[in-house]
Design a protein around this ligand. Structure first.
Ligand SMILES: Cc1cc2nc3c(=O)[nH]c(=O)nc-3n(C[C@H](O)[C@H](O)[C@H](O)COP(=O)(O)OP(=O)(O)OC[C@H]3O[C@@H](n4cnc5c(N)ncnc54)[C@H](O)[C@@H]3O)c2cc1C
Length: 477
């Protein structure tokens, strides 16, 4: 494989600290960084990844497929094996992958939709607190960034605990996304009669547009926004949410555990890589993350020298949110379609307790100017039931940027990639991101198809013990 100066420069600096520093250079990527199982920097391609001028960006076949595939495939092959020459001995070519995975049939004609959602980011992290408002008591539960699915049950529990301090047991919940629905359930469990008031319901909420892994720290808080009091709330909420989600595993709520692979340029200690000084450092208790194995060259089918293998909880939003709406109704709740234009509109509600789960809506409704959107989009391929693994990794582009590789299979399609555009309110799909995402995945799976498994699948033992069941007893729920 032909190498170039750019590749060699990376080869010589493929240590963890260097990779973290490089990831932090990209603010938009940093917002979504935590959603990846492994923030992997792969060596630069020897070719530009930008689509050639004149590509019809929305076209299903933006360039001759054979040409595109050749370009990307060669580049992808280069990133795994050409990238380790300078300081690390070159890994053996992966001719004998220990793990055999059914390939995703990535192609333009299997693209079925692109979705856009605006993550409700708040630099100070989510808000769970009580605020008196004329004769009403407002309990806030909003600002979950890229972690609303992961944290909703937990912050909902904290919010409901604040609500029970009011003598009334009638509550209005504003918002019908994952945070509003889980808060509603937590209130019902505490004996509240709940009505959800909302502008939009699933399938039209941001919560429906999520990648939706268990990513409790993802894009949640700025490093400078963390306070000791907030961290206490975070840990309480994360513990609760982790257990609640586990208990809902199964087809009815669309929650499952799934193997998650990360393509890795170098062998590193197991566990999620958290950048020193970053917003996530030291935030998540270790027992809320399952362990990782490191797959050596030849033990995996990816075009990278190493791979990590861990387990991730997967939430399928279209199943999960529908099931939660049904649960709310089964337990006597109501869902009323209504948009609130100003805070004064709240005074017309009959319920004395109002739980605010309006996410970005809190900016207008409650004047929280710190709420900012982080636009994210996913492109979906036709579902393949046999594909039951996640892949994550970062692709380094020659212009110094990154492209996120991500595959999340679900019953309603295989979600590819996810973007993070800070401060962008537009709900229009970004055609350039679609092109890059689809082409990158076509290249990846084309390369993976060529690596024939020669031995039965072998899985390395996790070096860190998976927490014992007992560790989860006694936690607040
Ligand atoms: C691409 C992408 C990937 C993601 N990946 C993950 C992930 O892997 N894991 C994870 O945990 N999270 C992930 N997220 C983040 C997650 O989707 C959000 O944190 C979550 O959806 C926030 O939920 P919410 O209920 O607060 O907001 P929303 O889903 O936006 O719901 C807000 C509700 O409030 C209502 N509302 C707002 N204003 C008003 C008003 N004035 N009047 C009446 N109703 C109002 C809306 O209609 C809506 O029903 C991802 C998000 C995106 C976009």
């Amino acid at each position: 494989m032909k190498s170039n100066g750019q590749l060699q420069g990376l080869e010589g600096s493929a240590d963890t600290a260097h990779e973290e520093a490089e990831v932090r250079e990209e603010p938009a990527q940093a917002e979504v960084r935590g959603e990846a199982d492994d923030q992997v920097q792969l060596p630069s391609f020897g070719v530009r990844l930008d689509p050639p001028a004149g590509w019809a960006q929305n076209a299903r076949h933006p360039m001759d497929r054979r040409t595109a595939l050749k370009t990307w495939s060669m580049a992808a092959l280069g990133l795994g094996f050409g990238g380790c020459a300078a300081r690390t001995p070159p890994p053996a070519p992966a001719t004998n992958p220990g793990v055999a995975l059914p390939a995703v049939k990535a192609s333009w004609d299997r693209v079925i939709r692109t979705t856009v959602g605006l993550r409700p980011y708040r630099p100070g992290g989510f808000v769970v607190k009580t605020e008196p408002f004329d004769d009403k008591t407002i309990v806030h539960d909003y600002g979950h960034g890229g972690a609303g699915h992961s944290m909703g049950w937990g912050t909902g529990s904290l919010a409901a605990d604040l609500a029970v301090q009011h003598p009334s047991r009638r509550a209005a919940v504003l918002g019908c996304g994952t945070v509003g629905l889980t808060a509603a359930r937590q209130l019902q469990r505490r004996g509240f009669d709940v009505t959800i008031y909302t502008d939009k319901t699933p399938p039209y909420t941001t919560s429906n547009m999520a990648w939706a892994g268990f990513t409790p720290t993802s894009g949640l808080v700025a490093a400078t926004g963390r306070t000791p009091a907030w961290e206490v709330q975070f840990r309480q909420a994360a513990e609760i949410a982790y257990r609640e989600l586990q208990l809902l595993a199964g087809p009815r709520h669309g929650i499952s555990w799934i193997d998650s692979y990360g393509m890795m340029q170098s062998e590193r200690p197991q566990g999620r890589r958290i950048a020193a000084g970053g917003s996530e450092e030291g935030l998540l208790p270790q027992h809320l993350d399952t362990g990782r194995s490191i797959l050596q060259p030849g033990q995996h089918p990816f075009p990278s020298p190493y791979a990590s293998l861990g387990l991730r909880m997967r939430i399928e939003p279209s199943i999960y949110l529908d099931a939660l709406m049904r649960d709310v109704i089964v337990f006597g709740g109501k869902i009323v379609i209504r948009k609130f234009e100003t805070p004064r509109d709240l005074m017309t509600l009959e319920e004395p307790v109002v739980v605010n789960c309006t996410a970005l809506g809190s900016r207008e409704l409650f004047g929280d100017d710190t709420m900012t959107p982080v636009k994210g989009q996913l492109t979906f391929l036709v579902p393949q039931p046999e594909v039951d693994y996640i892949i994550n990794g970062l692709l380094r582009t020659p212009d110094g940027g990154f492209h996120q590789i991500g595959t999340m299979p679900r019953r309603d399609g295989i979600a590819l990639g996810r973007t993070g555009e800070s401060g962008v309110w537009s709900m229009e799909p970004n055609p350039d991101a679609i092109t890059r995402t689809v082409e990158a995945h076509i290249a990846l799976y084309d390369v993976m198809r060529d690596l024939r498994p020669g031995v039965p699948p072998a899985r390395l033992e996790a070096s860190r013990d998976i927490p014992k069941l007992e560790d989860f007893f006694g936690l607040e729920s």
